[in-house]
Design a protein around this ligand. Structure first.
Ligand code: 3PG
Length: 396
């Protein structure tokens, strides 16, 4: 039976064809919305989405869903807790659209400084205003604070350095890169920053990070760019800072972003002249979409042919294992089962297990991570198996 793949968002058609050429059944329905997925994903093995929400009902209603691929970076549109409960893999395509997002962030910096959108709007309305639009600051030598230094933050830093910006980065876990300075506290760096560019994922830790306090550290007239997730900014705090501190803002993401690809939009931000909003297009260059599609196909083919889950995001980072049992054994039917039976009788849960075969296929080594220690009696019972070559048991 052919494996069934539903692609529920826009995906370059030549890559849809590539999957079909691999003898897979591909359903390409780029216009599906969150609620359509509940039925549409019911009978598929693999679901590929971009920003379309994969909610708990879709996951619970699915009969054979095994892998959800986010054709992009952020996985906050997928209910991962629900996927965990059903043992459904979730993967993403990290780094593949970073350059596109970085290019937009740099474009928005220049757009804010030169007020390019306002220039264009006035021109379209038959207004000439060289006098007003000649009042730009220029970016060279200005201080840029990049908040979030993952794949995208790094690409922004490279481009910003080329523009002659003085680059600071803030990352929760890592600081690296030539010519980039660390700052550990927002209260010390935000007051120095002429431009702030946010590149954070939406997580419980980053939700509402940019609140009244952080805006209070910013310079009057600073430029703020957010091409990451709207959740990291408290919208009321942002509006207050725009009105009271003349903060000028460019956003590719905002609260209440429509689910569909076209239609009407409503947001209180539309009233603010100092706020530019683009249509969540950060990742939407052909180059980026091809790179993402290429990666998504690679994930699918690896999964089908070798069972390996590339960029598997919902694999447990820590398990409840405290002991490691390594058993070398003859690679014969029933040997593993008999070892595991000893553990079962002792009511020991195996958290993780890997069995690897030596060249020639005669011997194998099985590594088991155990929740609690195996007793001496259990270890003797395993050792006494004539098909077992050696046993090691250590605390980890
Ligand atoms: C991402 O997380 O990769 C970006 O937000 C892109 O979203 P999109 O695939 O809906 O354009």
């Amino acid at each position: 039976m052919k494996m069934k793949i539903l692609i529920a968002d826009k995906f370059p058609e030549q890559y849809v064809q590539k999957l079909i050429d691999h003898d897979l059944e591909v359903i390409y329905q780029p216009k599906l919305g969150e609620n359509d997925l509940i039925e549409a994903a019911k009978e598929v093995d693999i679901l590929v989405v971009r920003s379309t929400k994969v909610n708990e009902a879709t996951i619970n209603n699915s009969k054979q869903l095994n892998l959800i691929i986010r054709a992009g970076a952020g996985v906050n549109n997928i209910n991962i807790a629900a996927a965990n409960r059903k043992g459904i893999y979730v993967s993403n395509c990290p780094g593949k659209n970073s350059i596109a997002v970085a290019e937009l962030a740099i474009g928005l910096m220049i757009a804010l400084d030169r007020r390019i959108p306002d220039n264009v709007i006035d021109f379209r309305n038959g207004v000439w205003n060289k006098a007003e639009y000649s009042k730009a600051e220029g970016l060279y030598g200005k201080t840029l604070a990049i908040v979030g230094y993952g794949n995208i933050g790094k690409e922004v830093a490279t481009r910003a350095l080329a523009l002659g910006l003085n680059v600071y980065v803030k990352d929760i876990s890592r600081i690296e890169g030539y010519g980039i300075k660390d700052f550990s506290e927002f209260d010390q760096t935000l007051p120095k920053a002429d431009i702030i560019s946010i590149h954070l994922p939406a997580t419980p830790e980053t939700k509402g990070l940019f609140d009244d306090k952080l805006f209070s550290y910013m310079k009057n007239g600073a430029l703020l760019i957010n091409t990451s997730r709207h959740e990291v900014i408290n919208e009321e705090s942002l509006i207050k800072a725009v009105k009271e501190k003349n903060i000028r803002v460019a956003l590719d993401v905002f609260k209440g972003e429509p689910e569909g690809k076209d239609g009407e939009v409503s947001s209180q931000l539309r009233e603010l002249k100092n706020v530019y909003v683009t249509h969540h297009i950060g990742a939407s260059t052909q180059q980026a979409q091809n790179a993402v599609a290429e990666e998504a196909i690679k994930i699918i083919l690896d999964f089908i042919h070798s069972g390996v889950i590339a960029h598997w995001v919902n694999r447990a980072k820590v398990t409840d294992s405290h002991f490691q049992l390594v058993v070398k054994h003859y690679d014969k039917p029933g040997v593993l089962a008999s070892i595991m039976d000893v553990l079962r009788q002792g009511d020991i849960n195996i958290e993780e297990v890997e069995n690897i075969i030596f060249d020639g296929g005669l011997a194998a080594t099985c590594t088991m991570k155990l929740k609690i220690a195996a007793t001496d009696e259990m270890l003797s019972a395993i050792k006494n198996n004539p098909n077992v070559l050696s046993v090691s048991h250590v605390a980890i």
